[in-house]
Design a protein around this ligand. Structure first.
Ligand code: ADP
Ligand code: MG
Length: 402
């Protein structure tokens, strides 16, 4: 449509026209309205609904500029998001919102409204437990990750995919904010809690061994085009209810190490755990559940990858000792990237609610140290763990030494 042959940023009025003009969704006599629901700092997200019936959908639009700071950001990320949602929807049906339309001029994605599911981070903050979380999230990850590697995929097709998913700007954010700056504050963007400057200097900035380990993880992130990963699978990208979960916001997707996604999930559960251990230590129900969920995610990921490998990988060279070496490397990456996530959300500039909501300085320092010290252990010892229980035990050891 001529009206939409050039990108412009929509508002709650123009998005209603856009949906009416482009998507066959609402009835002729529908009373369509829209509101903005974004809590992110990158894009614009509108809920568009019929006032009469409550029927609704969501439009996510990317702008040329980052919403929070106004700096330019490649619009190609919106195409990447649409492409990966389609791929994930095929590989793991029901775990992502259904896509109704992708418009690469307007950079707008029109999709299923998943408001029946709630932000996992917020749900965990409020102390809710989800017995099916480990089972569901490992199902999503294993089904989307292993089949997109070239152990399974045709190698020509895979190279085309690698090309399509080159995601320069958003990988750049991860390479800096996650895998550089917490250890080498060269852009002076870290935010360190008052009173723990010396701790951060000693534990992170002046820790040469740690820098070497993070260097390895950074290099692996940049050069190991292993699988099509979500790239930002933190607990604010997972929406959940008693029935199941949906994964959204994959605009950081690219071909990278699958341990980065799995590690993000595990690292973010440690924020929920550490927050409660420090602020609500009597809450044994939650603390026990989240420890179990973390251990289960580690163990189930390994078991399901192993099974999927047997089902999907047919190349003779791989059906050897190679399998165990490969899976061990994935699990080592997983714990390493759980560690880098934990460190970066504590000293980096993208804090999460589990950390920033703790305003009492003494409690906050205790929480920060718990998370950072566990993260450092994870980075250094990532190749040593064999079970989820050992991973949780590492955290428990840091708690007792605090
Ligand atoms: P950003 O890329 O700016 O971080 P997100 O994709 O994370 O944007 O979306 C921001 C918020 O909008 C989400 O936290 C969620 O609350 C809401 N949202 C996004 N997509 C949907 C959807 N399909 N259904 C319902 N809510 C959504
Ligand atoms: Mg987001």
């Amino acid at each position: 449509m001529e009206k939409y042959n050039e990108h412009f940023l929509m508002d709650t009025k123009t998005v209603v026209d856009y949906v009416k003009d482009n998507v066959d969704f609402f009835d002729e006599d529908a009373q369509v309205e829209a509101c903005e629901i974004s809590d992110g700092n990158i894009n614009y997200v509108f809920r568009v609904y019929d006032k009469k019936t409550g029927k609704s959908l969501v439009v996510k639009q990317a702008d040329k500029f980052l919403r929070s700071s106004g700096r330019p950001l490649d619009l190609h990320r919106n195409k990447i998001e649409a492409e990966i949602l389609a791929t994930e929807g095929e590989l793991a049906p029901g775990y992502t919102p259904e896509i109704y339309k992708y418009d690469d001029v307007m950079c707008a994605l029109t999709m299923e409204d998943i408001s029946a599911y709630k932000n996992l981070r917020k749900e965990l903050m409020s102390g809710k437990v989800f017995p099916k979380l480990a089972e569901d999230i490992t199902e999503f990850m294993v089904n989307t990750l292993l089949p997109t590697t070239d152990l399974v995929m045709d190698r020509h097709e895979k190279k085309e995919k690698v090309k399509l998913f080159v995601n320069v700007d958003l990988c750049d954010i991860t390479e800096d904010l996650v895998l550089t700056e917490p250890y080498y504050n060269y852009k002076d963007r870290n935010i360190v809690t008052e009173g723990e400057e010396a701790f951060v200097e000693e534990t992170l900035y002046n820790n040469e061994h740690l820098k070497a380990e993070v260097g390895e993880l950074r290099d692996n992130f940049m050069n190991n085009a292993q699988a099509l990963i979500h790239g930002d699978l933190h607990s604010g990208s997972i929406f959940i209810n008693e029935e199941g979960l949906k994964v959204i916001d994959p605009e950081f997707a690219f071909y990278g190490p699958m341990g980065y996604d799995i590690g993000n999930v595990i690292g973010n559960l440690f924020f929920a755990l550490a927050n409660k251990v420090v602020t609500d230590p009597e809450n044994e129900e939650f603390i026990g559940w989240v420890k179990g969920a973390i251990a289960d995610i580690y163990d189930l990921t390994f078991a399901k990858l192993n099974k999927k490998f047997d089902e999907c990988v047919t190349f003779p060279l791989y059906n050897t000792e190679f399998k165990l070496n490969y899976l061990n490397k994935v699990m080592a990456d997983t714990i390493g990237y759980a560690g880098t996530e934990m460190v970066r959300r504590t000293v980096g500039d993208s804090k999460i609610a589990e950390i920033s909501s703790v305003t009492d300085n003494e409690t906050r320092i205790k929480l920060d140290k718990l998370v950072v010290l566990t993260g450092v252990q994870f980075i250094n010892n990532r190749k040593l763990y064999k079970t989820g229980e050992q991973v949780v035990a590492e955290f428990e050891r840091v708690v007792t030494e605090l």
